[in-house]
Design a protein around this ligand. Structure first.
Ligand code: BEZ
Ligand code: FE2
Length: 406
């Protein structure tokens, strides 16, 4: 048993003082240090610095490890030139992406306090790394393919990858399903894939309405996607419409990535069907996709997470870098309240979305923690979330299921 006695603990969305946590693999008790020492006299007391804040381990729900080799190769500023550059450089980038490189990026995530991440996997190349990294992984096997001629082959490949990922639940890997996007998955395959997630009760995610070009293609069969589909797929018509795509998920709450270009009616529909959103502020900015109106999400009570996306559309997988970018991007409303919401968006919110036994400091939860040391005493309890986001590049310690990893 270990007892940790930080200055502040993030419990139920608030920062509490004069409390300590006793834990082994799971959280056993939360009480004053005196009461915990009486209850567990043999426990080891963790040494910590002044101005420390104990958080549940952070959760990054959307990352593409397979693109970790990109630094300066891909074209930023606008979605279609970026997608063209991905297609042009995909083989080389994926070829350069070694297990060592991906493991290094898992470590970088951990240094920012991430104890669980959602890996969006195109090829299954990061599975071995995900079984070896100390972090817990929701392994989203992704289906892609709008062309009916290759749909069966790609679907079978998806099923094989999904089966492979099911072998490692004892190594912290949860098998899951990803739909690439409305424009890139044929509706018949979409139906079959969603059905797999539904019948097997697997977590489900999909990129959705990321760019203006995607919206124009799905609505009008025009815009920048038209020459792209003519060139690569000899096609001039989108395989689906926005409402048809959305309806496919009516019976299974889905974690939609980006959703920047959704209108209010579509957002209301997401709220009504119990869906959630992964918001990637830096990726949206770098690909010229616009600003997700999170004030509307908040109003409609749509649960959202903040996530990094992959290094194909970001300059780091550090979740605190992402929160800082989010704080600067979203200029409406109270700054301290926004910062608090953001901390929730990488802890309790993703835990609720994916029914994880982490993400909250609560008796019976997994002992996944990120300990942050602030540079000086915060002026109020209400300012701690914002000060953490502003001042923390790397966390001080990380525990995963009670094991100290940093
Ligand atoms: C497709 O397979 O249809 C596809 C793949 C990538 C981008 C767009 C479409
Ligand atoms: Fe993504």
């Amino acid at each position: 048993m270990t007892i940790i006695n930080p200055n502040y603990i993030y419990i139920n969305g608030k920062f509490k003082e004069n409390l300590s946590v006793a834990f082994d693999k799971e959280i056993k008790a939360i009480d004053t240090i005196e009461n915990l020492q009486k209850k567990y006299p043999q426990a080891t007391i963790e040494e910590i610095k002044e101005n420390s804040v104990l958080y549940p381990g952070f959760i990054n729900t959307h990352v593409h490890l397979e693109f970790s080799a990109n630094k300066t190769t891909l074209q930023y500023g606008s979605f279609m030139p970026w997608l063209d550059s991905v297609i042009k450089n995909r083989e080389e980038l994926v070829g350069e992406c070694s297990n060592d490189l991906m493991m290094q990026e898992c470590q970088n995530m951990m240094k920012s306090g991430i104890t669980t991440f959602g890996a969006i996997s195109s090829f299954g190349l990061e599975l071995e790394v995900c079984t070896q990294t100390p972090q817990k992984v929701i392994f989203f096997n992704e289906i892609i393919g709008s062309n009916p001629a290759t749909a069966d082959m790609l679907y079978n490949d998806f099923l094989e990858r999904l089966d492979e990922s099911k072998k490692y639940s004892d190594q912290g890997v949860t098998p899951a399903v990803a739909i690439h996007s409305p424009y890139s998955v044929h509706p018949i395959v979409l139906k079959r894939t969603v059905n797999v997630a539904k019948t097997e009760n697997l977590p489900l995610t999909a990129h959705f309405l990321e760019s203006q070009a995607e919206r124009e293609w799905l609505e009008e069969n025009s815009g920048e996607f038209l020459p792209f589909f003519q060139k690569f797929f000899n096609s001039s018509k989108s395989v689906t419409k926005i409402d048809e795509f959305l309806k496919s998920f009516d019976e299974i709450p889905t974690h939609f990535a980006h959703v920047v270009q959704a209108n209010e009616e579509e957002l209301k529909y997401l709220a009504q069907k119990g869906h959630s959103i992964a918001h990637c502020p830096r990726s949206n900015r770098l690909l010229g996709c616009g600003r997700l109106p999170i004030e509307t999400l908040i109003e409609l009570k749509i649960p959202f997470t903040i996530a990094t996306d992959g290094l194909s559309s970001n300059n780091s997988l550090n979740i605190l870098d992402e929160l800082r970018a989010g704080v600067m991007l979203h200029h409406l409303g109270s700054l301290e309240e926004l910062a608090s919401l953001f901390i929730g968006s990488i802890t309790s919110v993703p835990a609720d979305i994916f029914s994880l036994n982490s993400g909250k400091i609560e008796v019976g939860r997994d002992s996944d923690f990120a300990l942050v040391t602030l540079p000086a005493k915060p002026s109020s309890l209400e300012s701690i979330a914002l000060q953490t986001i502003l001042h923390t590049k790397e966390v001080t310690n990380v525990w995963i299921s009670g094991k100290k990893e940093i």
